[in-house]
Design a protein around this ligand. Structure first.
Ligand SMILES: [Zn+2]
Length: 311
């Protein structure tokens, strides 16, 4: 396995990232090298695409959500609040699944989120981050005593795992943007936008999963993809959205990215994903409980529920 420093050299050129203040900046070099690190088996292929297309990533100091590419200039643009939001979601997804499992192991039927300190903090952090990307007002800085991305942390910590999950998800989005460039998609919204988004999703997913031989790696990468798609979905409120006009819904995105993969029906990953869906639904006021013969069936039941809510 090659070291991340090596990939940092081969990662993307970063533009405009000097003035901002945020703990997420500790991850910038990792973000730039993430598209390489997520699938080291394809780094030579990716390098040749980079050399041909001359891609760069521009981190801009602007409020609100953005992650996009201009296929003409080949600049991928994102904002600090967007990255902060993705990190907060990664942390949230890890903490709630961990605490949920604790709760079940203690023999409780219901998961009372208020009884779990880390979950309470993760929810507050997520609210702060979501507020920052949803509003065009001035950005609030990272709350001082909340968990945050950082460099020097133990591998066994939740923050370390959140960094990793975050980087997997961000790598997927960057590959999605690269796909828009290599597929020469137009820079405007047209009647074929949804089709192009789907095409970019599938290309990014295949890039990351198709040539992966290690089951542990496959698990980690797939969770990263699910986590980021759900993070994107959580930004949308039903009937008020505009992302649905151009992007397929999370339900479809997860379905064609993950459910068609060859993962075992009882793979732990489907369990992880169904807990996230269940809890996201609970936050929206939809309290449902589904079982299934397999984890995949259970997950599919929640996806259907999710789809009902978000349509
Ligand atoms: Zn796109």
């Amino acid at each position: 396995m090659l070291k991340s420093e090596y990939f940092a050299e081969t990662g993307y050129q970063l533009v405009n990232c000097k003035k901002m203040k945020s703990p997420i900046l500790s991850q910038l070099n990792h973000i730039a090298s993430a598209p390489y690190r997520i699938a080291p088996e394809r780094q030579i292929e990716l390098r040749s695409i980079d050399l041909e297309e001359d891609l760069s990533i521009d981190f801009i100091e602007k409020n609100g959500f953005q992650f996009s590419v201009n296929p003409r200039t080949k600049i991928i643009t994102t904002t600090v609040p967007t990255l902060e939001y993705f990190w907060a979601c990664s942390y949230f997804h890890l903490v709630i699944t961990y605490d949920y499992q604790q709760c079940k192991a203690e023999g409780n039927e219901f998961f009372d989120t208020s009884k779990y300190e880390n979950t309470v903090t993760a929810i507050d952090l997520l609210k702060w981050a979501k507020n920052n990307v949803s509003s065009s007002k001035r950005r609030e800085e990272w709350p001082s005593n909340f968990p945050r991305p950082s460099e020097k942390i133990k591998e066994s910590s939740m923050v370390y795992s959140a960094n990793e999950l975050f980087l997997c998800g961000v790598a997927w989005i960057i590959h999605h943007e690269i796909a828009h460039v290599t597929k020469k998609h137009p820079n405007i919204t047209t009647s074929s936008s949804k089709f192009e988004e789907r095409e970019a999703d599938i290309q990014a997913t295949e890039w990351i999963l198709q040539k992966c031989k290690d089951p542990q790696q496959l698990y980690k990468r797939t969770i990263g993809i699910i986590s980021i798609i759900l993070a994107l979905q959580l930004l949308e409120e039903p009937l008020k959205s505009n992302i649905f006009e151009t992007h397929p819904k999370a339900f479809e995105r997860i379905d064609y990215c993950i459910c068609n993969s060859h993962l075992d029906e009882d793979h732990e990953l489907f369990f992880f994903a169904s807990i996230i869906l269940q809890i996201q639904l609970a936050f929206k006021g939809v309290n449902v409980h589904h079982e299934g013969k397999t984890f995949k069936e259970r997950f599919s039941n929640y996806l259907i529920e999710y789809n009902k809510y978000f349509s």
